[in-house]
Design a protein around this ligand. Sequence first.
Ligand SMILES: [Zn+2]
Length: 677
Amino acid sequence: MADSILPNEIRSVPSVLIRRDLRSVSVQGYARAYRMVIDDVSGKFSRISEHAWQQLHGDRVDPSLSTQAKVADWTCERLESPSNPSKPFNFLAIQIPLGSIDGIARRLAPVSGFLFSPVAILFWMSIIVASIAVLVSRSEAWVASLRLLPVYLRSANAFGIGITFLITKVLHELAHAVMCRRMGAESKSVGVYLFCGVPCPYCDVTDVWRIANPVRRAAVMLAGIYVELIIAASATWVWVLADDPAARMYAMNLILVCGISTVLFNANPLMRYDGYYVLLDAVGSTNLRREAREAFESTIIARIAGKQYQKIRRSDKIAIGLSSYHIASTIYRTTVLFAIAALIVHVANLLHLSVLGIGLVCIVAVRLMAAKTKASISVLQGKGSWMGVSKWRRFAIVSTPAVLLLLILFLPLPRYREVAGIIDAANSSSVFLPPSSQISKIKAEYGDHVAAGDRLALLTDETSRIEITRLEGELRLANMRGELARRDALDRPKVAEQWKTLQAAEESVGALLDKAKKRLAETQVHSPVSGVVIPPQATTPVDEPNQSVWLASFAGTVYDSRQPFCRIATNEERQAMFWLDAKDQRWVTRGTAIRVRIDYGQREWVDTKIESVSQMSEDRTSVTRDAVYRVICPLPTLPHEPLLDSIGRSCVGVVKLPSRSLAADFVNMLSEFVSGG
Ligand SMILES: [Zn+2]
């Protein structure tokens, strides 16, 4: 325990009776020798200096040391009270032991040399370093595929992703257990640790404290991270070498789960995972978090609270280091907590389980607030070290963070809505084709300048073709009848009259046939106005991959007359189109200022205003079929790019919404939730 802080006072009390079932091992730490006390009943491990341990077993003992022994449950009297009232059951961090994997670890340990022998470690570490170098050198491609990740996650099997996560974490825990065996200790139970309801496997390797060598202890604690990094490194090479996009996305998923999350959580000493215990061992501490908090109180709080504050003032390097650790870990844990809360609400929303998500987050918030309030009240009441500090000072110290918190909650913060859109021509007229027309020849191409009346395409007219066939048949019949009448007319004058009529009919059919043939040859599509030929609608290649890039590709096809064939842009003006959520209609409407970012190789920001707003329609791309509306805003002339190149180019619009405080955001979210919005 924290023996170094205790003043060496002479007053001592008769020794307490220390439990005989406690096992203890003498450990050589980095700095000094200490004793590791193993409590098999509670499964707890504690560290105490050799000197203090001997004192506990002597006749007289320091009273504070005796109290600490009682708190640690080392004395016989404490053992009789089964529950520890000072530590209520924490349902946000539930540990469920499932059994031991030591049997498997014992069998795997002799054959794990390819991973854990010194030569293997050297080999794999160089692979990991090479993979990191590859990832850094290809960061651009990496970021690009990271953008596609949400698309992949939406389309991928959630079950498969969950299984991947589980398998890698099980391998992580198995690595701890195997390394434990290789180093001569045994792992205890494995199980599931529920942190805010998020399951995560764990492996109890507290037996590691039996190992005298600090490097070997560190090896056990880092084995899990090491194996995950090997998986991430292998995935990196799959990502680099594979052709199949699905395999690449899966590899990316593995890199994120095994590489990034491991470094952010497991290796990070600010979280209470592997990295924390390595640091704890390295600085020879028993409870780094508590010692850091105490150091913070002795260095910073003691200076704010003044001379009457009953805690020893410290300004040594270790105390300053520990205080910095305390501040960093507090900020980090708060950030992670907020991120998890946001994630839970988001995921719950997607699963239509908002009640559960918001409920869980509220419970966490209330618990945290309750703990903070309790601590503040004890400061206000002048309890503990605050006993001598004046009332006003105590009040100021408690109220300052409270006021800051209220400011953060109620200060109106600027809000922005970012929407994706595309660029289109501002002024154009559509060219439609007659129903079921077959295109025989294309006379113009996208980007061509045409004058009003210019030919755009030639059509094969189906009705004229049928008419010609019919007229040709009729003409043949008329010819035949005419021939018969001519032969009869040689001796009968009455028939000669009839023959003349038949000849006239034959001539008129011939004329009709000529006309139909002419019409067939001359079915033309003309441009209604002068301007530039542009595609029928602005679509990005991502929207409709089958959309043709060239008009020429329509030659010989039957065109759907419901769609425009093409459009003629009458001038160079462009506009941006955005689709917004129906909920935004309150803020984003005609006349609202909008900033548009256009990506032309280099990015350009343009300030403009919303010019027109469409009716509500259903978003076909959305799974939940949200109501959307379209807004159009004019863009200034962009001289450095031809109009055709701009059409279908994606852009981003940013609209400033009225400022709102975090508290109002929360209330709004609740009211939306209550009204079922
Ligand atoms: Zn671990």
